[in-house]
Design a protein around this ligand. Structure first.
Ligand SMILES: Cc1cc2nc3c(=O)[nH]c(=O)nc-3n(C[C@H](O)[C@H](O)[C@H](O)COP(=O)(O)OP(=O)(O)OC[C@H]3O[C@@H](n4cnc5c(N)ncnc54)[C@H](O)[C@@H]3O)c2cc1C
Length: 487
């Protein structure tokens, strides 16, 4: 079985690794990994500067989804897994240049505790009254998909969209709450609305059920080994690049073609013909692990409707700016992991992480790493700005938001690094699930074709790994079954 893998981001690398495993197990598998850029890893990229780990792209993965930690362990990186420092977890939201903590009891954008919600300066009295009345919402079964903004506005009002949904989604996904699909991004809330009407009542009920289930679990026996500490997020001690390097080291190097862009794909009676940098090669199967807009362009001549559906999946661009300071240059930063900046604040940045606090042991003692996140659906134009202009804008925002006493406008960081990610983050827009249904049906009609990446069934690293490995496993096991039958 000859398999072409197009795209050497985490999805494509995971697919290639799975092919390599099948080959090592004696399966007749050959693969080629094509990557347009000189380096592998796609959005995953980190480096160590003056002893500090600087992540240019993702800084971690969510621990609840096991695929990423599992892969790291398989690759011998188990001892590098580092949990987020949740004891210090606290997130702030900027409200008129002031930092306001997210109120206690907030779950998936839903307030569940009366007193913290009543006391928070995040919302006006009008919004708080609306949040109380939300308990009376009638159930809404079988409703059509809608945007996250529409769902949140219907329950809690526009201020909850502006000060909560929008900053959380743009700070995390670079997304726009008015475009993102509620059914895809917040499926639990959509289910709760159908069942309970009120999201607050639904969330409280879900929480109580969870606690009841936990109480029924048998207590661990006194001598049992303690489970390793787990944070909400997990990273690698030396940076996410470690995962890319470990995967690359497992692959057959002559089958990895960097700086090679696939320009056409054709289906023929034997399988698939790939053209890359003017050379053609035939394969039995192909795993498309490039962004959906690139996959769409390649697949349009094969299946126009499928190509069009993929090309229409929106993507956002983002920018990260890492700044290293010496502690002596700054005043004391507020507690916690950092802050989110709502669009209505009209700032350059969408979010800032206090990197040295979020993950311990990745920044030298006495140093501070601040990472700003910019861009997103509403700010594509920022990508054209120079590094100097972006760094200056971030420094200005930091000083205005944190205050001159903590970080003055004239404080120059020891190191500044800008990374641009053009159309890298898929957006699950309203109607995403219908589009995916069509994509699934059309792909099923094209034997040997598989899709993997962040545009389909989960934006984060664990889902990309899961889909990449699944695609390769399906093809290699199908190939193994065919060759066994032929023997
Ligand atoms: C700034 C930023 C921060 C993020 N933070 C987090 C986070 O903290 N946690 C988390 O879980 N996720 C995070 N994400 C999301 C996550 O990183 C991505 O969803 C994931 O890495 C995407 O992997 P992928 O393999 O699908 O795509 P990509 O990484 O985009 O890789 C696709 C590859 O395909 C190549 N390619 C494209 N066209 C062709 C062609 N024709 N021929 C050959 N190669 C081609 C591209 O060069 C690219 O390398 C973040 C993303 C960004 C940009």
């Amino acid at each position: 079985m000859k398999i072409a893998i197009i795209g050497g981001g985490i999805a494509g690398l995971s697919a290639a690794y799975e092919c390599e495993k099948a080959r090592a197990a004696g399966e007749p598998v050959e693969y080629r990994l094509y990557e347009s850029r000189e380096r592998l890893g796609g959005s995953l990229a980190s480096e160590i500067v003056n002893g500090a780990v600087l992540e240019r792209g993702p800084d971690s993965f969510i621990s609840e989804k096991p695929a990423a930690a599992e892969l790291c362990r398989e690759l011998g990186l188990g001892d590098q897994l580092t949990p987020s420092n949740d004891a210090d977890r606290k997130t702030w939201i900027v409200v008129r240049n002031r930092l306001v903590p997210l109120p206690d009891g907030l779950m998936f954008l839903v307030p569940t505790k009366l007193i913290p919600t009543a006391l928070t300066p995040l919302f006006s009295l009008k919004t708080k009254i609306r949040m109380g009345l939300e308990l009376l919402h009638p159930p809404r079964p079988g409703a059509q998909d809608e945007s996250v903004a529409a769902l949140v506005e219907r329950h809690f009002g526009q201020e909850a969209v502006d000060r909560l949904a929008d900053p959380l989604l743009s700070g995390i996904y670079g997304g726009d709450a008015t475009q993102l699909s509620a059914r895809t991004v917040l499926p639990k809330l959509v289910e709760m609305e159908a069942q309970y009407g009120s999201l607050t009542r639904g969330m409280v009920a879900a929480h109580q059920q969870m606690r009841a289930r936990a109480a029924q679990r048998p207590a661990p026996s006194p001598g049992a080994p303690r489970p390793a500490p787990r944070g909400i997020f997990t990273t690698l001690r030396g940076g996410m690049q470690q995962l890319v390097d470990a995967l690359e080291a497992r692959l057959e190097s002559t089958w990895v073609q960097r700086s090679t862009t696939v320009s056409t794909i054709e289906q023929n009676s034997d399988g698939w013909r790939i053209t890359a940098d003017g050379r053609t090669k035939d394969f039995d199967a192909v795993i498309m692990a490039s962004p959906a807009w690139a996959v769409g362009a390649l697949l349009k001549p094969v299946d126009a409707e499928l190509g069009e559906a993929l090309a229409l999946i929106p993507y956002s661009s983002s920018i990260t700016v890492n700044l290293i300071y010496d502690e002596s240059q700054l005043g004391r930063l507020p507690d916690g992991f950092g802050f989110l900046v709502p669009a209505i604040e009209n700032r350059s940045m969408l979010a800032c992480t206090f990197v040295h606090r979020k993950f311990l042991g990745r920044t030298p003692t006495g140093k501070v790493v601040l990472r700003a996140f910019l861009g997103g659906m509403k700010n594509e134009a920022q990508l054209k700005e120079t590094d100097e202009a972006l760094i200056a804008a971030v420094r200005r925002d930091l000083s205005d938001i944190l205050g001159e006493k903590i970080i003055s406008r004239s404080t120059v960081p020891e190191h500044a690094q800008v990374s641009r990610w053009r159309r890298a983050m898929a957006q699950y827009a309203v109607g995403h699930q219908d589009r995916m249904q069509l994509v699934k049906e059309r792909v099923a009609a094209l034997p040997g074709l598989r899709l993997a990446g962040n545009a389909y069934d989960g934006i984060g690293i664990p889902d990309c790994i899961r889909l990449g490995r699944k695609a390769a496993r399906e093809l290699t096991t199908a190939g193994a079954a065919t060759s066994a039958a032929a023997r």
